[in-house]
Design a protein. Structure first.
Length: 319
């Protein structure tokens, strides 16, 4: 083909208006998809449909010719017809916290499961607080306190009887027990000794020491009983929190096993925390023990994802 210089009439296309099947451009529907480039688009679709590892398609052309737009649009079209990947979650491993496990759920089900576990964690935290503030625990604590006071009163009566047999009177305060002679215990007032005998003081001192030891033992036993009952109430509340989640997801073996392990660990953690708390502290529960991490999520029937990497490396392309 020879080369010749074009004149002005050859640099434009003139169309007879009668050949256009419209009166104005308002009658023309908007163009959808990619205009022209049919051969290039077929080649691009063919290349993208090859599902072999380390296979790539390179689109070459001048800037502004639609390489990026065409490649993106064709990739989305091809991906739409491929299976939608599962949602991938990272489950806490109660037995080995440093080694979480992976769970795959059908597309669109990962987020609801994470939300359900978030609600479970919130319910567990609320149940810990409400159990300590609830009437059952308050009544239990009041009953144990009454038992301690009754035992203390009984032991104090026994101590006073021992002292009275020795002709001594006891005056007990919060920090000490004072010993004095009973009025008239030594016969005539002029003949009464001013101080208790050493033997009487020795006997009453031993009785006081025994009284204090028994009092400490009673209080410690009451504390153990209170903690044991609190653990029982908390475990009941924990199981009640897990039941709705287990009813919803328990048919899936992996999730059922995960919930069973988490419940066991939560109960164990709560028992340990109850043994360690002091005063009116409320046991706390770490979120990471219960709530999984959602790594990837997809809309159901959305097809395969299309990921854009502006500047891919050779390693990303060829491994």
């Amino acid at each position: 083909m020879g080369i010749h210089k074009l004149d002005a009439s050859e640099c434009r296309l003139v169309i007879d208006a009668s050949q256009l099947h419209m009166k104005t451009t308002d009658d023309v529907p908007p163009l959808s998809g990619i205009a022209s480039q049919n051969r290039a688009l077929k080649a691009l679709e063919f290349g993208l449909d090859i599902r072999q590892p380390r296979f790539h398609v390179v689109a070459v052309g001048d800037p502004g010719t639609g390489r990026t737009f065409s490649s993106r649009a064709m990739a989305k079209r091809v991906a739409k017809g491929r299976p939608t990947p599962d949602d991938v979650l990272l489950l806490p491993n109660p037995n080995k916290p440093s080694e979480p496990t992976v769970l795959s759920l059908p597309a669109g089900q990962g987020r609801p499961f994470v939300d359900a576990m978030e609600e479970l964690h919130s319910a567990l935290v609320d149940s810990l607080r409400t159990t300590l503030e609830g009437e059952r625990f308050k009544r239990l604590r009041a009953r144990l306190e009454r038992q301690v006071r009754a035992e203390e009163s009984r032991l104090e009566g026994q101590l006073e009887q021992v002292a009275a047999e020795l002709g001594l009177a006891l005056e007990r305060s919060d920090s000490e027990i004072k010993v004095a002679l009973l009025v008239g215990a030594g016969g005539e007032e002029d003949d009464a000794p001013d101080e208790p005998s050493d033997e009487a003081m020795q006997t009453v001192s031993e009785a006081v020491e025994s009284f204090e030891e028994q009092l400490v033992n009673i209080q410690e036993q009451a504390d153990r009983d209170l903690r044991s009952e609190l653990q029982r109430l908390l475990v009941e509340a924990i199981k009640a929190c897990f039941d709705p989640v287990r009813d919803e997801y328990g048919e899936r073996e992996r999730i059922h096993g995960f919930l069973t392990d988490v419940e066991a660990v939560v109960c164990r953690e709560i028992r340990t925390l109850v043994d360690e708390i002091r005063g009116e502290e409320t046991p706390s529960l770490a979120r990471g023990i219960v709530v999984p991490t959602l790594l990837t999520e997809h809309e159901p029937d959305a097809g395969a994802p299309v990921v854009e990497v502006p500047y891919p490396t050779l390693t990303a392309l060829f491994g």
